[in-house]
Design a protein around this ligand. Structure first.
Ligand code: NAD
Length: 256
C-alpha cells in the first residue's frame, strides 16, 4: 500500500528515543522529510546518522520561547504537513499528593505548549487542504492507571482538545487523532519496571512478567508496531479517520 506521504514534511516531538524515535524512523522510511525534535539534538543525530531525510532539532517542550523559535523556523519554509505531538511522561504519584505547581508545570509541557504549537502550524495545513495531527497519550485516559494521577489528568485534557479541534478542521482536509499506548517496550517501560522492582523488593523480571500476564496479547508491544499505526494515521490513506482515539495496547483495556 502506498501511503502517499513521500515528500511530506513531518515534525515529530519527543523523538530522541522510544515511541517518538520509532515514529520518526517509520515516517522517514515512507519518504517523508522528518524534523525530529527533543531536548538533546545529539541523541537524535546519533540514531539519524546517514538518514538524509531526518533533521534533528533541539527543543524543550517546557520552554515556550524554544517552541516558538522552532515553529518560526519551520513556518519560514511553509510549516509541516504532519505533526506528531509526543513528549515525556510526568512522574508517578497520587491525585491526593499532587501539588498545584506540579499540575501547572506538567500541563505546560504536556498540553498547553502542544496546543500552542499546533495552533501555529494549522493555518499552513489548512491553506494546503491537507494535514495530519496525531497526539500520543496513554491507555490511562480510558482506564486511569493507579499512581499516575498527573498523567491520567493531563492526558485527558489532550483528548478533549484533540476532539474539539478535529471537529473544527475536518472540512479543511486536516485530521486530528489521539493514540493510546498500553505497554510498549521502550526504555521508559524498562525504567518503570526497574522502579517498581525497587519499590516492591522484587526482581525486575518478576515485575515484567506480572505486567505481561495482565495483557491479553501476553507481551509488551514493539515500538515499530506502534509507529506503524501512527504512520498510517499520518498518511494520505487515512483521510477519513478523524476525531478518533485509537488503542494500541494488546487488548489491555478491559472495556469495549
Ligand atoms: P520515553 O520517555 O522513552 O521518551 C520520551 C521522549 O520525549 C524522549 O525523546 C524524551 O527526550 C522526550 N522529552 C521528554 N521531555 C521533553 C521535553 N520537555 N521536551 C522535549 N522532549 C522531551 O517515553 P516513550 O515510552 O517513548 O513514550 C512516549 C510518551 O508516551 C510518553 O509521554 C509516555 O509517558 C507515553 N506513554 C508511553 C507508554 C509506553 O508503553 N511506552 C505507555 C503510556 C504512555
Amino acid at each position: 500500500m502506498d501511503l502517499g506521504i513521500t515528500g511530506k514534511r513531518a515534525l515529530v516531538l519527543g523523538a530522541s528515543r522510544g515511541l517518538g524515535k520509532a515514529i520518526a524512523q517509520s515516517l522517514a522510511a515512507e519518504g517523508a522529510t522528518v524534523f525530529a525534535a527533543a531536548r538533546s539534538r545529539d541523541k537524535i543525530a546519533s540514531w539519524a546518522e546517514g538518514m538524509a531525510n531526518v533533521h534533528p532539532v533541539a527543543l524543550d517542550l517546557a520552554q515556550v520561547d524554544e517552541v516558538d523559535a522552532v515553529i518560526d523556523t519551520l513556518l519560514a519554509d511553509g510549516g509541516v504537513d504532519i505533526l506528531i505531538n509526543n513528549g515525556g511522561g510526568p512522574p508517578p504519584g497520587t491525585a491526593e499528593g499532587a501539588e498545584r505547581g506540579q499540575w501547572i508545570g506538567h500541563f505546560e509541557a504536556m498540553a498547553a505548549n502542544l496546543f500552542h504549537l499546533t495552533t501555529r502550524l494549522l493555518p499552513a495545513m489548512k491553506k494546503r487542504s491537507w494535514g495530519r495531527i496525531v497526539s500520543i497519550t496513554s491507555s490511562g485516559v480510558e482506564q486511569p492507571i493507579p499512581n499516575l494521577a498527573l498523567s491520567n489528568g493531563i492526558r485527558s485534557a489532550v483528548v478533549g482538545w484533540s476532539k474539539s479541534l478535529a471537529n473544527e478542521v475536518a472540512g479543511d482536509g486536516v485530521t486530528v487523532n489521539v493514540v493510546m499506548p498500553g505497554r510498549i517496550h521502550t526504555e521508559r517501560v524498562d525504567e518503570l519496571d526497574a522502579a517498581a522492582a525497587k519499590r516492591t523488593g522484587k526482581e525486575v523480571s518478576e515485575v515484567a512478567s506480572t505486567s505481561r500476564a495482565g495483557i491479553p496479547a501476553g507481551r509488551y508491544g514493539q515500538p515499530e508496531e506502534f509507529a506503524d499505526v501512527v504512520t498510517f494515521l499520518a498518511s494520505d490513506r487515512a483521510g477519513y479517520v478523524t476525531g478518533s482515539k485509537i488503542r494500541i495496547d494488546g487488548g489491555s483495556i478491559k472495556s469495549v
